[in-house]
Write a protein that binds this ligand. Sequence first.
Ligand SMILES: Cc1cc2nc3c(=O)[nH]c(=O)nc-3n(C[C@H](O)[C@H](O)[C@H](O)COP(=O)(O)O)c2cc1C
Length: 342
Amino acid sequence: MRELFPKDRPVLVLAPMQDVTDLPFMRLMASYGGPDIYVTEYFRVTAESKLDSNTLRSITENDTGRPVLAQMIGQDIPALVRTAKLLEKHAVAGIDLNLGCPAPIVCRKDAGGGLLRQPERVDEILRALRENIQGRFTVKCRVGFADKAEFPRLLEVFQKHDIQMLTIHGRTVRDAYKTPVHPECVRLAVQTMPCPVIANGNVVDVPTGLAYLRDTQAAGLMLGRGAIRHPWLFSHLRTHWEGGSSTAPTGRDMLRYIQALWDVTAAFHPRFDVRPHVQKMKRYMVFITTGIAEGQLEHRIRRVTTQEEFFSAIYEHLDHDDPLPARPPEDSSVFCGFAELK
Ligand SMILES: Cc1cc2nc3c(=O)[nH]c(=O)nc-3n(C[C@H](O)[C@H](O)[C@H](O)COP(=O)(O)O)c2cc1C
Protein backbone atom coordinates (compact mmCIF):
# COMPACT_ATOMS: atom_id res chain seq x y z
CA MET A 1 0.00 0.00 0.00
CA ARG A 2 2.81 2.37 0.84
CA GLU A 3 3.69 2.46 -2.87
CA LEU A 4 0.41 4.34 -3.39
CA PHE A 5 1.31 6.89 -0.70
CA PRO A 6 3.18 10.12 -1.33
CA LYS A 7 6.81 9.81 -0.22
CA ASP A 8 7.16 13.09 1.61
CA ARG A 9 3.93 13.71 3.53
CA PRO A 10 0.99 11.88 5.11
CA VAL A 11 -1.45 10.22 2.71
CA LEU A 12 -4.93 11.73 2.28
CA VAL A 13 -7.93 9.48 1.68
CA LEU A 14 -11.55 10.44 0.96
CA ALA A 15 -13.81 8.54 3.37
CA PRO A 16 -16.38 6.24 1.80
CA MET A 17 -19.83 7.75 2.34
CA GLN A 18 -23.01 6.03 1.20
CA ASP A 19 -25.04 8.16 -1.24
CA VAL A 20 -22.28 10.78 -1.27
CA THR A 21 -18.95 9.56 -2.62
CA ASP A 22 -20.20 8.40 -6.00
CA LEU A 23 -18.38 9.01 -9.28
CA PRO A 24 -19.53 12.65 -9.77
CA PHE A 25 -18.58 13.51 -6.20
CA MET A 26 -15.15 11.90 -6.64
CA ARG A 27 -14.63 13.92 -9.81
CA LEU A 28 -15.70 17.11 -8.08
CA MET A 29 -13.28 16.48 -5.20
CA ALA A 30 -10.52 15.81 -7.75
CA SER A 31 -11.22 19.21 -9.33
CA TYR A 32 -10.43 20.81 -5.94
CA GLY A 33 -7.15 18.92 -5.54
CA GLY A 34 -8.76 15.82 -4.04
CA PRO A 35 -7.32 12.96 -2.00
CA ASP A 36 -4.49 10.58 -2.89
CA ILE A 37 -6.81 7.58 -2.60
CA TYR A 38 -10.58 7.07 -2.94
CA VAL A 39 -12.75 4.35 -1.42
CA THR A 40 -16.10 3.42 -2.99
CA GLU A 41 -19.36 3.50 -1.08
CA TYR A 42 -19.81 0.02 0.31
CA PHE A 43 -21.02 -2.84 -1.87
CA ARG A 44 -23.67 -4.70 0.18
CA VAL A 45 -22.76 -8.38 0.17
CA THR A 46 -25.25 -11.20 0.79
CA ALA A 47 -25.68 -14.70 -0.64
CA GLU A 48 -27.71 -13.27 -3.55
CA SER A 49 -26.09 -9.86 -3.96
CA LYS A 50 -24.85 -8.50 -7.28
CA LEU A 51 -22.43 -5.61 -7.69
CA ASP A 52 -24.37 -2.35 -7.52
CA SER A 53 -24.02 -0.85 -10.98
CA ASN A 54 -23.84 2.81 -9.85
CA THR A 55 -21.16 2.10 -7.27
CA LEU A 56 -19.26 0.05 -9.83
CA ARG A 57 -19.08 3.13 -12.06
CA SER A 58 -16.81 4.80 -9.49
CA ILE A 59 -14.29 2.06 -10.37
CA THR A 60 -14.86 1.42 -14.07
CA GLU A 61 -15.17 5.12 -14.98
CA ASN A 62 -12.72 6.48 -12.41
CA ASP A 63 -10.90 9.23 -14.29
CA THR A 64 -9.62 11.13 -11.26
CA GLY A 65 -6.09 9.88 -11.90
CA ARG A 66 -6.04 8.44 -8.37
CA PRO A 67 -6.53 4.85 -7.18
CA VAL A 68 -9.81 3.61 -5.73
CA LEU A 69 -10.34 0.86 -3.16
CA ALA A 70 -13.57 -1.14 -3.43
CA GLN A 71 -15.34 -1.46 -0.09
CA MET A 72 -17.54 -4.40 0.89
CA ILE A 73 -19.93 -4.82 3.82
CA GLY A 74 -21.36 -8.16 4.90
CA GLN A 75 -20.71 -11.25 7.00
CA ASP A 76 -21.42 -14.20 4.69
CA ILE A 77 -17.97 -15.61 3.98
CA PRO A 78 -18.62 -17.36 0.62
CA ALA A 79 -20.48 -14.26 -0.59
CA LEU A 80 -17.69 -11.93 0.51
CA VAL A 81 -15.10 -14.10 -1.23
CA ARG A 82 -17.21 -14.28 -4.40
CA THR A 83 -17.71 -10.49 -4.40
CA ALA A 84 -14.04 -9.74 -3.75
CA LYS A 85 -13.13 -11.91 -6.76
CA LEU A 86 -15.69 -10.10 -8.93
CA LEU A 87 -14.37 -6.72 -7.81
CA GLU A 88 -10.79 -7.72 -8.50
CA LYS A 89 -11.69 -8.17 -12.17
CA HIS A 90 -11.94 -4.36 -12.30
CA ALA A 91 -9.30 -1.65 -11.86
CA VAL A 92 -9.34 -1.57 -8.06
CA ALA A 93 -6.34 -0.60 -5.93
CA GLY A 94 -7.50 -3.19 -3.42
CA ILE A 95 -10.47 -4.55 -1.51
CA ASP A 96 -11.57 -2.88 1.73
CA LEU A 97 -13.77 -4.49 4.39
CA ASN A 98 -16.19 -2.31 6.38
CA LEU A 99 -16.09 -3.13 10.10
CA GLY A 100 -17.57 0.14 11.31
CA CYS A 101 -21.02 0.94 9.96
CA PRO A 102 -23.25 1.72 13.00
CA ALA A 103 -26.62 1.56 11.19
CA PRO A 104 -28.90 -0.64 13.36
CA ILE A 105 -30.15 -2.58 10.33
CA VAL A 106 -26.54 -3.46 9.42
CA CYS A 107 -25.43 -4.27 12.99
CA ARG A 108 -28.49 -6.46 13.64
CA LYS A 109 -27.33 -8.64 10.77
CA ASP A 110 -23.86 -8.83 12.36
CA ALA A 111 -22.27 -6.91 9.49
CA GLY A 112 -20.27 -3.64 9.52
CA GLY A 113 -19.71 -2.41 13.08
CA GLY A 114 -21.91 -5.25 14.40
CA LEU A 115 -19.09 -7.69 13.61
CA LEU A 116 -16.83 -6.03 16.17
CA ARG A 117 -18.85 -7.88 18.85
CA GLN A 118 -17.43 -11.15 17.49
CA PRO A 119 -13.64 -11.00 17.13
CA GLU A 120 -13.50 -14.74 16.30
CA ARG A 121 -15.88 -14.23 13.39
CA VAL A 122 -13.79 -11.27 12.20
CA ASP A 123 -10.77 -13.59 12.37
CA GLU A 124 -12.49 -16.15 10.11
CA ILE A 125 -13.63 -13.52 7.64
CA LEU A 126 -10.19 -11.93 7.39
CA ARG A 127 -8.55 -15.31 6.91
CA ALA A 128 -10.93 -16.31 4.11
CA LEU A 129 -10.64 -12.98 2.36
CA ARG A 130 -6.85 -12.85 2.66
CA GLU A 131 -6.60 -16.35 1.16
CA ASN A 132 -8.71 -15.35 -1.82
CA ILE A 133 -7.83 -11.73 -2.57
CA GLN A 134 -4.93 -11.55 -5.03
CA GLY A 135 -4.07 -7.89 -4.50
CA ARG A 136 -4.23 -5.47 -1.60
CA PHE A 137 -6.63 -6.08 1.26
CA THR A 138 -7.48 -3.26 3.67
CA VAL A 139 -9.80 -2.87 6.66
CA LYS A 140 -11.80 0.10 7.97
CA CYS A 141 -12.94 -0.25 11.56
CA ARG A 142 -14.07 1.52 14.70
CA VAL A 143 -12.35 1.10 18.08
CA GLY A 144 -14.94 -1.32 19.48
CA PHE A 145 -18.65 -1.95 19.54
CA ALA A 146 -19.64 -0.65 22.98
CA ASP A 147 -16.32 0.24 24.61
CA LYS A 148 -12.84 1.19 23.45
CA ALA A 149 -11.51 -1.42 25.91
CA GLU A 150 -12.44 -3.96 23.20
CA PHE A 151 -9.86 -2.52 20.82
CA PRO A 152 -6.66 -4.35 21.91
CA ARG A 153 -8.38 -7.71 21.28
CA LEU A 154 -9.50 -6.55 17.84
CA LEU A 155 -5.97 -5.42 17.05
CA GLU A 156 -4.68 -8.91 17.94
CA VAL A 157 -7.04 -10.30 15.30
CA PHE A 158 -6.04 -7.71 12.68
CA GLN A 159 -2.35 -8.41 13.32
CA LYS A 160 -2.78 -12.08 12.40
CA HIS A 161 -3.65 -11.29 8.79
CA ASP A 162 -1.60 -9.73 6.07
CA ILE A 163 -3.62 -6.55 5.58
CA GLN A 164 -2.08 -3.62 3.75
CA MET A 165 -3.80 -0.72 5.53
CA LEU A 166 -5.98 -0.25 8.60
CA THR A 167 -8.20 2.84 8.74
CA ILE A 168 -9.62 3.62 12.14
CA HIS A 169 -12.64 5.80 12.75
CA GLY A 170 -11.64 6.58 16.31
CA ARG A 171 -15.00 5.98 17.94
CA THR A 172 -16.97 2.92 19.04
CA VAL A 173 -20.10 1.89 17.15
CA ARG A 174 -22.18 3.11 20.13
CA ASP A 175 -20.45 6.51 19.91
CA ALA A 176 -22.03 6.91 16.43
CA TYR A 177 -20.77 10.25 15.03
CA LYS A 178 -20.99 12.87 17.72
CA THR A 179 -18.51 12.14 20.49
CA PRO A 180 -14.83 13.11 20.59
CA VAL A 181 -12.59 10.54 18.90
CA HIS A 182 -10.09 8.40 20.85
CA PRO A 183 -6.66 9.22 19.36
CA GLU A 184 -4.96 6.94 21.90
CA CYS A 185 -6.59 3.91 20.23
CA VAL A 186 -5.28 4.94 16.82
CA ARG A 187 -1.87 5.47 18.43
CA LEU A 188 -1.96 1.95 19.89
CA ALA A 189 -2.70 0.57 16.44
CA VAL A 190 0.20 2.56 14.94
CA GLN A 191 2.51 1.05 17.56
CA THR A 192 1.33 -2.52 17.09
CA MET A 193 0.23 -3.01 13.48
CA PRO A 194 2.78 -3.92 10.81
CA CYS A 195 0.77 -2.06 8.13
CA PRO A 196 0.13 1.68 7.75
CA VAL A 197 -2.65 3.04 9.95
CA ILE A 198 -4.90 5.89 8.82
CA ALA A 199 -6.68 8.14 11.32
CA ASN A 200 -10.30 9.02 10.64
CA GLY A 201 -12.98 11.02 12.42
CA ASN A 202 -13.65 14.69 13.04
CA VAL A 203 -11.04 16.33 10.86
CA VAL A 204 -12.73 19.61 9.95
CA ASP A 205 -9.79 21.89 9.10
CA VAL A 206 -6.00 21.94 8.89
CA PRO A 207 -5.39 22.29 12.68
CA THR A 208 -7.68 19.35 13.58
CA GLY A 209 -5.95 17.24 10.91
CA LEU A 210 -2.48 18.14 12.16
CA ALA A 211 -3.47 17.50 15.78
CA TYR A 212 -4.86 14.06 14.92
CA LEU A 213 -1.60 13.17 13.17
CA ARG A 214 0.45 14.53 16.06
CA ASP A 215 -1.55 12.57 18.65
CA THR A 216 -1.58 9.30 16.72
CA GLN A 217 1.55 9.29 14.49
CA ALA A 218 -0.71 7.80 11.81
CA ALA A 219 0.51 7.44 8.23
CA GLY A 220 -2.31 9.63 6.98
CA LEU A 221 -5.80 11.00 7.35
CA MET A 222 -9.14 9.92 5.97
CA LEU A 223 -11.56 12.84 5.58
CA GLY A 224 -15.33 12.46 5.32
CA ARG A 225 -17.85 15.07 6.38
CA GLY A 226 -15.12 17.69 6.60
CA ALA A 227 -14.46 17.21 2.87
CA ILE A 228 -18.15 17.58 1.96
CA ARG A 229 -18.22 20.81 3.93
CA HIS A 230 -14.90 22.05 2.67
CA PRO A 231 -13.57 20.46 -0.56
CA TRP A 232 -10.50 22.70 -0.22
CA LEU A 233 -9.36 20.69 2.82
CA PHE A 234 -7.13 18.26 0.87
CA SER A 235 -5.27 21.03 -0.95
CA HIS A 236 -5.03 23.18 2.20
CA LEU A 237 -3.35 20.29 4.04
CA ARG A 238 -0.97 19.72 1.12
CA THR A 239 -0.15 23.42 0.96
CA HIS A 240 0.60 23.39 4.68
CA TRP A 241 3.03 20.47 4.25
CA GLU A 242 4.71 22.28 1.39
CA GLY A 243 5.31 25.21 3.76
CA GLY A 244 2.64 27.51 2.34
CA SER A 245 -0.55 28.94 3.74
CA SER A 246 -4.05 28.99 2.28
CA THR A 247 -6.70 31.67 2.28
CA ALA A 248 -10.16 30.89 3.59
CA PRO A 249 -12.77 30.34 0.86
CA THR A 250 -15.28 33.14 0.44
CA GLY A 251 -19.04 33.03 0.17
CA ARG A 252 -18.79 33.07 -3.64
CA ASP A 253 -16.26 30.20 -3.61
CA MET A 254 -18.81 28.19 -1.63
CA LEU A 255 -21.59 29.25 -3.99
CA ARG A 256 -19.60 27.93 -6.95
CA TYR A 257 -18.96 24.65 -5.11
CA ILE A 258 -22.66 24.17 -4.32
CA GLN A 259 -23.63 25.02 -7.91
CA ALA A 260 -21.04 22.50 -9.20
CA LEU A 261 -22.33 19.87 -6.77
CA TRP A 262 -25.85 20.44 -8.06
CA ASP A 263 -24.73 20.25 -11.71
CA VAL A 264 -22.50 17.17 -11.53
CA THR A 265 -24.88 15.11 -9.44
CA ALA A 266 -27.88 16.14 -11.59
CA ALA A 267 -26.06 15.23 -14.81
CA PHE A 268 -25.16 11.79 -13.43
CA HIS A 269 -28.72 10.55 -13.14
CA PRO A 270 -30.38 9.62 -16.43
CA ARG A 271 -33.89 10.22 -15.03
CA PHE A 272 -33.20 13.56 -13.40
CA ASP A 273 -36.17 14.86 -11.44
CA VAL A 274 -35.85 18.18 -9.69
CA ARG A 275 -37.78 17.42 -6.46
CA PRO A 276 -35.77 14.38 -5.37
CA HIS A 277 -32.66 16.25 -6.46
CA VAL A 278 -33.46 19.10 -4.07
CA GLN A 279 -33.81 16.46 -1.33
CA LYS A 280 -30.46 14.93 -2.32
CA MET A 281 -28.80 18.35 -2.21
CA LYS A 282 -30.30 18.97 1.23
CA ARG A 283 -28.46 15.89 2.50
CA TYR A 284 -25.10 17.37 1.40
CA MET A 285 -26.13 20.78 2.70
CA VAL A 286 -26.50 19.43 6.26
CA PHE A 287 -22.70 19.27 6.33
CA ILE A 288 -22.04 22.40 4.27
CA THR A 289 -24.28 25.00 5.89
CA THR A 290 -23.34 24.48 9.50
CA GLY A 291 -21.96 27.72 10.95
CA ILE A 292 -22.67 29.84 7.88
CA ALA A 293 -24.51 33.10 8.64
CA GLU A 294 -24.90 31.98 12.25
CA GLY A 295 -27.10 29.07 11.37
CA GLN A 296 -29.54 31.08 9.22
CA LEU A 297 -28.66 29.27 5.98
CA GLU A 298 -29.04 25.85 7.65
CA HIS A 299 -32.46 26.92 8.90
CA ARG A 300 -33.55 28.17 5.45
CA ILE A 301 -32.28 25.12 3.55
CA ARG A 302 -34.18 22.75 5.83
CA ARG A 303 -37.43 24.27 4.56
CA VAL A 304 -36.84 24.55 0.81
CA THR A 305 -38.67 22.25 -1.56
CA THR A 306 -37.99 23.73 -5.02
CA GLN A 307 -34.89 24.56 -7.06
CA GLU A 308 -35.82 28.28 -6.95
CA GLU A 309 -36.11 28.29 -3.14
CA PHE A 310 -32.86 26.35 -2.87
CA PHE A 311 -30.81 28.77 -4.97
CA SER A 312 -32.52 31.85 -3.57
CA ALA A 313 -31.45 30.74 -0.06
CA ILE A 314 -27.85 30.10 -1.00
CA TYR A 315 -27.53 33.32 -3.05
CA GLU A 316 -28.97 35.33 -0.20
CA HIS A 317 -26.31 34.09 2.21
CA LEU A 318 -23.30 33.33 0.03
CA ASP A 319 -23.18 35.93 -2.76
CA HIS A 320 -20.29 37.81 -1.14
CA ASP A 321 -16.50 37.87 -1.01
CA ASP A 322 -16.10 37.65 2.77
CA PRO A 323 -14.20 34.65 4.15
CA LEU A 324 -16.31 31.83 5.53
CA PRO A 325 -15.81 30.60 9.12
CA ALA A 326 -12.80 28.28 9.23
CA ARG A 327 -14.50 25.57 11.27
CA PRO A 328 -18.02 24.59 12.18
CA PRO A 329 -19.34 25.75 15.56
CA GLU A 330 -18.54 23.31 18.36
CA ASP A 331 -22.21 22.86 19.14
CA SER A 332 -22.98 22.07 15.49
CA SER A 333 -25.60 19.39 14.95
CA VAL A 334 -23.28 17.30 12.76
CA PHE A 335 -19.73 18.18 13.80
CA CYS A 336 -19.34 17.64 17.51
CA GLY A 337 -16.44 16.68 19.68
CA PHE A 338 -13.48 17.97 17.69
CA ALA A 339 -12.50 20.57 20.32
CA GLU A 340 -9.93 18.32 21.98
CA LEU A 341 -8.05 18.01 18.71
CA LYS A 342 -7.22 21.72 18.69
C1 LIG B 1 -23.43 10.02 5.02
C2 LIG B 1 -22.36 9.04 5.48
C3 LIG B 1 -22.23 7.82 4.83
C4 LIG B 1 -21.22 6.92 5.21
N1 LIG B 1 -21.05 5.75 4.51
C5 LIG B 1 -19.99 4.94 4.81
C6 LIG B 1 -19.65 3.80 3.99
O1 LIG B 1 -20.30 3.50 2.97
N2 LIG B 1 -18.58 3.05 4.37
C7 LIG B 1 -17.81 3.37 5.48
O2 LIG B 1 -16.83 2.67 5.78
N3 LIG B 1 -18.09 4.44 6.24
C8 LIG B 1 -19.13 5.24 5.92
N4 LIG B 1 -19.33 6.37 6.65
C9 LIG B 1 -18.39 6.74 7.72
C10 LIG B 1 -17.26 7.63 7.15
O3 LIG B 1 -16.49 6.94 6.18
C11 LIG B 1 -16.32 8.12 8.27
O4 LIG B 1 -15.73 7.01 8.89
C12 LIG B 1 -17.06 8.95 9.33
O5 LIG B 1 -17.93 9.89 8.73
C13 LIG B 1 -16.07 9.68 10.24
O6 LIG B 1 -15.22 10.53 9.49
P1 LIG B 1 -15.50 12.14 9.35
O7 LIG B 1 -15.62 12.69 10.76
O8 LIG B 1 -14.30 12.64 8.61
O9 LIG B 1 -16.78 12.28 8.62
C14 LIG B 1 -20.35 7.26 6.30
C15 LIG B 1 -20.52 8.49 6.95
C16 LIG B 1 -21.49 9.38 6.56
C17 LIG B 1 -21.60 10.72 7.26
